[in-house]
Design a protein around this ligand. Sequence first.
Ligand code: GAR
Length: 201
Amino acid sequence: MNLAIFLSGTGSNFKAIAEAIEQGKIPAKITLVASNKPDTLGLITAKDMGFYTTVFQRSEYPDGASFANYMLGILSEREVHLIALAGYLRKIPPNVLRAFSNRIVNIHPALLPKFGGKGMYGMNVHRAVIEAGESESGVTIHSVNEEYDCGEIIAQRRVPVLTDDIPETLAARVLKVEHQFYSEVIKEFAIRINKELKLND
Ligand code: GAR
């Protein structure tokens, strides 16, 4: 299975997945790492590690359709079977969603459907969880559709919120689980998709 990873930030989830693949834990190959910004740490790291990288910058295209066509062109060129969003903070164009139906997953650092939606990313999520007085948070991996954080939930893992937590301490505890959990879920996709690819051979 060829995997594309889309990111907008640090890229620690991307690195964890790349390491799990390197260690033979996921039967997949990362054929594309993409970001909406050229100067993100995650993209620079991916480039340094020798991965094929690209930037999807909507402002460089006259309209949504030509932007989506560019994205689809690269995805096809890199023979991508699954797209994993790892801290990617842009919507995926409808044409790409259609072409990759049930083949785009996202990781969210809370227990959806709570603490999701526009503006709910990174530290904002953990701050909201603590302010709401929750005793547990977690990680959600879900299918991606037109709305932020609204696609079908694929898997969730719980993480405790401690009484003395600040957003940063909770974020660190959740992120540690994300790294392990995302690799586990992507592994399941890879096993299934590899089987399908063999059947269609
Ligand atoms: C992760 O915590 C991920 O769950 C979150 O962004 C962070 C990216 O970290 N995603 C969202 O909040 C999506 N709504 P990373 O760049 O170090 O992988």
